[in-house]
Design a binder for this molecule. Sequence first.
Ligand code: NAP
Length: 285
Amino acid sequence: MTAKLIDGTALSKTLRADVATRAAALTARGHQPGLAVVLVGDNPASEVYVRNKVKACEDNGLFSSYDRYPATMTEADLLARIDALNRDPKIHGILVQLPLPKHIDSHKVIEAIAPEKDVDGFHVANAGALMTGKPLFRPCTPYGVMKMFEAYGIELKGANAVVIGRSNIVGKPMALLLLEANATVTICHSKTRNIAAFTRDADVVVVATGLRNTLTADMVKPGATVIDVGMNRDENGKLCGDVDFANVKEVAGHITPVPGGVGPMTITMLLVNTIEAAERAASNA
Ligand code: NAP
């Protein structure tokens, strides 16, 4: 069997058209949605992510501000900049690109962002709201994965779902969203004794480890849906995920490619969260 491809690029295009319509409606009412992107240091991968996010804003009618600071920026100066963005009425979403230089406490920085502008959904207030079933913002990557399930008619109610990876930005919120959608969820991680024993019984597997070939064909139940969040480079420098795509696609029912899967959806959901924040601000104005 060859799995059906879940096309994140095509789905993003559809969702971004809706974003552009909502952005235009807000702008017409004098509330153009605005995203502030903050980058500290010169990590080349972060520069690419940030540039893509700013361009996605420009392409879809959102205002964006892009602050680039040297790696020597102090924590106090960064906190002061966030405080100014919290109070700026043109800005509805604030994204501080991670990782930050080692001398800056990223936890402190995330907690400094006003929860109503925390479009990444990483602030403890937003993590807690997600945990208790009343999310203000869903973290972009897992939110994008949920949109993929919806668009491709993947049944989650009663499904066995396995998430491999337990980070605060992907694995844990992914598990919570799957639970909210009535899946039976198992979280695996680097200390899990026999991951294959869990994945072989799974209708849905989401892999987010940052490690190539975490999921191989012998670990997958025929017809299962496989979502690959990973972004790695192979020995030729080519972008690849955490899943052995060539072999797993022969067993799975649905699968996401890398590139062209989860990556574009993450940026799309950042735009969606910013629009939602702007709509809330406009309705309170
Ligand atoms: P992370 O913070 O490094 O977390 C990785 C998780 O994987 C940890 O929970 C770790 O377990 C687990 N893990 C590591 N090796 C494992 C193994 N051999 N078997 C089982 N679990 C293992 O990474 P992250 O931020 O969640 O990101 C994961 C991947 O997704 C990375 O490749 C990242 O680049 C990518 N990513 C992509 C997008 C996108 O938009 N496409 C967005 C975010 C992240 P422990 O907790 O036990 O250490």
